[in-house]
Design a protein around this ligand. Structure first.
Ligand SMILES: [Zn+2]
Ligand SMILES: [Zn+2]
Length: 344
């Protein structure tokens, strides 16, 4: 049986184990892709440390959900894509297809979804399985390493921006200028909105400014009050994994504005129902994106210069990459590049 190198989770809290495992065989409606690139996401970190896990996932589990690769084998009945076509391995492996969320255009909230690198094997391996109904073609002209972060970081930011209802004349506060926040800055700017970027790091604010932010405020320097001085934000989107930005968002939001939670923040925040009543503020959350949103974003990515800083890493160094992610010392995204495997 043909073997491949994979980074597998053997027990939560332990480093991923680099080992040879059998190349999977695609079943009905499935495709085998040979990975060219796979981004490293915070969720991979949470899965590795055990703070996030799915019931019934395979053991050991191959992580990774920002993969791009070419079709090398088709399972029975899988006819939508040709051998050699470049496809996505995104977060969603599949969903139930029949619940109100799936039918109502919110499939990323399906309670019965299966996700790559979480409930089924993902892209931290030389080969992976995708479902032909849930993968999508990567447009020509997109470089796999540059485009891989679009599949989770990018589509998550895009889903948030869609909910923010931006337009020329509106103002959007983006809190947290890592990879997701930088996509959000660019997408908000494309909508014609004025963009206020907030972060604890001046370096990240400088990158956000280059990405198109009109105003950049350090988290400790009253970003909410300063945003209010600009006329207030029609939408405040939080990408920072902390409850601390809540005050800035409440201070900076305009009446009827959207407060959108993206980062997974387990800590509670104070919410005055009186404030809710007299501002009419709207509060929601968002999680990755639908297939349709991913297709739209890939087209935007191919047409515009949508990108974040990316650092290429080797699959063999994936634990180091995850450790650095935990320390928040990364600008943008680290992406595993599989071309570095000479001769395989
Ligand atoms: Zn992710
Ligand atoms: Zn469903």
């Amino acid at each position: 049986m043909k073997q491949m190198l994979a980074a597998v989770l053997t027990e939560p809290g332990a480093p991923l184990d680099l080992r040879e495992v059998p190349v999977p065989v695609p079943g009905p409606g499935e495709l085998l892709i040979k990975l060219e690139a796979c981004g490293v996401c915070h969720t991979d970190l949470h899965v590795r440390d055990g703070s996030a896990s799915a019931a019934g996932h395979p053991h050991p589990l191959i992580l990774g959900h920002e993969g791009i690769g070419r079709v090398v084998a088709q399972g029975p009945g899988a006819k939508r894509y040709e051998l050699g076509e470049r496809l996505a391995l995104p977060w969603l492996h599949d969903t139930c297809g029949s619940c109100p969320e799936c039918l109502g255009g919110s499939e990323s909230f399906c309670a019965d979804q299966r996700a790559h690198g979480f409930s089924v094997h993902g892209g931290f391996a030389e080969y992976a399985i995708v479902r032909e109904s849930f993968t999508t073609r990567i447009p020509d002209g997109l470089d796999p390493v540059t485009a891989a972060p679009l599949l989770c970081a990018g589509v998550t930011a895009y889903g948030a921006i869609r909910k923010a209802e931006l337009a020329p004349g509106k103002t959007c506060m983006v809190v947290g200028c890592g990879g997701l926040g930088l996509y959000a800055v660019q997408l908000a700017k494309q909508s014609g909105a004025q963009v206020v970027a907030v972060d604890t790091s001046q370096r990240k604010l400088d990158i956000a400014r280059e990405a198109g932010a009109d105003h950049t405020f350090l988290a400790g320097e009253d970003p909410g009050g300063r945003t209010r001085d600009l006329g207030g934000a029609d939408a405040c989107i939080n990408f920072a994994p902390s409850a601390a930005p809540w005050k800035a968002m409440v201070d900076g939001i305009r009446p009827r504005g959207w407060i959108i939670g993206v980062a997974m923040v387990p800590d509670p925040v104070p919410l005055s129902m009186e404030w809710l009543t007299y501002t009419g503020a709207r509060i929601t959350g968002t999680s990755v994106g639908t297939r349709q949103e991913l297709n739209e974003l890939l087209q935007i990515g191919a047409r515009t210069n949508l990108k974040i800083p990316t650092e290429r890493v080797d699959l063999r160094n994936v634990n180091d990459a995850l450790d650095r992610l935990a320390q928040s010392t990364v600008d943008g995204r680290m992406v595993i590049e599989f071309d570095s495997f000479a001769g395989r």
